[in-house]
Design a protein around this ligand. Structure first.
Ligand code: SAH
Ligand code: SF4
Ligand code: F3S
Length: 451
């Protein structure tokens, strides 16, 4: 075989993704980019000729995980040709230079705002075996480049990054340092990408941003964008994440009343139920202000429900503060909870504060998670025997189909017909913390249900 053709056939890239949905979006885009220089995606780590780890720095041990993973690659490829090893994402941004110095097996580090330079980086390594550090904040250049690269994935449910970075500087968080300042993509760029995805089979679109509701492109806000996107034919569902309470403006609340395609689940991180702790975190809002947003959203659309993030054991949190958080979750009746023990991040202001003892934080987390599961189960039991609208996006073994209802609950049903890409009425029969099980209902024969 011709040498050139042979090397083309052998180029395979494997990407391991950690962290948030934005990293997931970025990893898919990196597959698309690498495809331009003939790297084919592989799911088999052993056959990779380029191994990329897209990292997350939000909580502890992120850097240790990178060294551990690189160690594993080294071992597996001991008797084979060394693959190109690239560390991308937020750890690369925060600790790139140290990684390159400490672990010689790593060929390059690429920050989240520089990954449009992936191919240039790979080609430089292929040619000269040099070490490359790309950690500049080039967000405009990045999206200009990405707009010219076709999306290869045709998902039923797709992510679309509309906004990047953060200017809020919560005292515990690394994101403003790893993703850089807030930046919003143009409405035109986003609409083009959304239309392309829908033409390729996307039925549900989740708009992504570290501060998605801070979106502002020349005065066009998230509500304007949702309104424009909702006009796309064949797009059935719109979601957005993650919002900050401070940017929950009235126009965004109103759009939840007006746009039926907008799903009635809002992920709105609150972090703590104590005003003292919110202030120490620099969240810039109170519990009362948070509750007032919830109230206004429920007035705009009574079907809306909420999920949230919580940090347990933040410096200065006492029993009263913790109990305030427990009180808040009961009051709001969240349907899903993401809770984490506070993790001091290097370079952030809260890392320098007096830390809570680990055993206290751990105890509080257990109590929190127990209460959260109880609340979740009360909500879920109410779903039994009622109807949910489920979009199916995955076929499992044994004629089982997996989908999500309007509130992102996972639902599994059995069906002889292909349900992929379809939204169906499902009667929920049973379920646990993670999954609901149901059966498809004939829409013309719904009279048995109270729902
Ligand atoms: N932009 C979003 C959240 C981004 S990070 C917001 O403003 O809410 C996702 C979640 O990780 C946060 O909501 C927070 O709960 C958690 N998190 C961030 N930094 C953390 C830290 N240092 N320790 C523990 N949890 C943290
Ligand atoms: Fe981090 Fe706060 Fe910005 Fe969210 S708003 S990304 S928690 S700094
Ligand atoms: Fe993690 Fe970076 Fe996302 S730190 S949560 S991958 S923005």
């Amino acid at each position: 075989m011709d040498q050139k053709l042979k090397s083309k056939l052998e180029k395979k890239i494997f990407i391991k993704t950690f962290g948030c949905q934005m990293n997931e979006y970025d990893s898919n885009r990196m597959y698309d980019i690498a495809n331009k220089i003939d790297y084919k995606k592989t799911n088999n780590f052993d056959e990779a000729t380029c191994y990329l780890i897209n990292t997350c720095h939000i909580r502890e041990k992120a850097t240790d995980k990178v060294y551990h993973d690189v160690g594993r690659i080294k071992k597996r490829f001991r008797n084979k040709k060394k693959p190109i090893v690239i560390i991308a994402g937020c750890v690369a941004q925060a600790e790139g230079e140290i990684l390159l110095k400490k672990e010689k097996y790593i060929d390059a580090v690429i920050g989240p705002q520089s990954y449009h330079k992936l191919n240039e980086t790979i080609l430089r390594i292929e040619k000269k075996s040099e070490k490359v550090n790309s950690t500049e904040f080039n967000v405009i250049e990045k999206f200009d480049n990405l707009n010219n690269i076709k999306m290869s994935k045709n998902n039923i449910s797709s992510f679309l990054t509309i906004q990047e970075g953060c200017d809020k500087f919560c005292k515990f968080c690394v994101v403003p340092y790893t993703r850089g300042p807030e930046y919003s993509r143009s409405v035109e760029e986003i609409l083009n990408e959304a239309e392309g995805l829908v033409a390729n089979g996307t039925v549900e679109l989740t708009l992504l941003g570290q501060n998605v509701n801070a979106y502002n492109f020349k005065g066009k806000k998230l509500s304007d964008l949702i309104f424009e996107i909702s006009k796309i034919k064949n797009l059935e569902r719109i979601r957005y994440t993650t919002s900050h309470p401070l940017d929950f403006s009235d126009d965004l609340i109103k759009i939840h009343r007006d746009v039926k395609k907008l799903m009635p689940l809002i992920h709105l991180p609150v972090q703590s139920g104590s005003n003292k702790i919110l202030d120490k975190m620099n969240r810039k809002h109170t519990v009362e202000e948070y509750l007032s947003i919830i109230k206004n959203l429920r007035e705009a659309n009574p079907l809306i429900k909420f999920s949230s993030d919580f940090i347990i054991g933040y410096p200065g949190e006492n029993e009263n503060d913790f109990n305030d958080t427990l009180k808040l979750i009961k009051e709001v009746q969240f349907i899903n909870f993401y809770s984490f023990i506070y993790s001091p991040r290097p370079g952030t202001p809260a890392a320098k504060l007096k830390q809570i003892k680990e055993n206290i934080s751990k105890k509080r987390l257990i109590i929190f998670q127990r209460k959260a599961s109880e609340l979740k189960m009360i909500y879920r039991k109410k779903l039994f025997n009622s109807l949910s609208k489920v979009l199916f996006d995955n076929k499992l073994s044994g004629n089982n189909f997996f989908g999500r209802d309007e509130y992102l609950n996972s639902v599994i049903v059995k069906s002889n017909k292909n349900l992929l890409g379809k939204i169906k009425d499902v009667k929920i029969i049973k379920g646990n913390q993670n999954t609901l099980f149901g059966e498809i209902v004939d829409v013309n024969n719904k009279k048995d249900f109270a729902a």
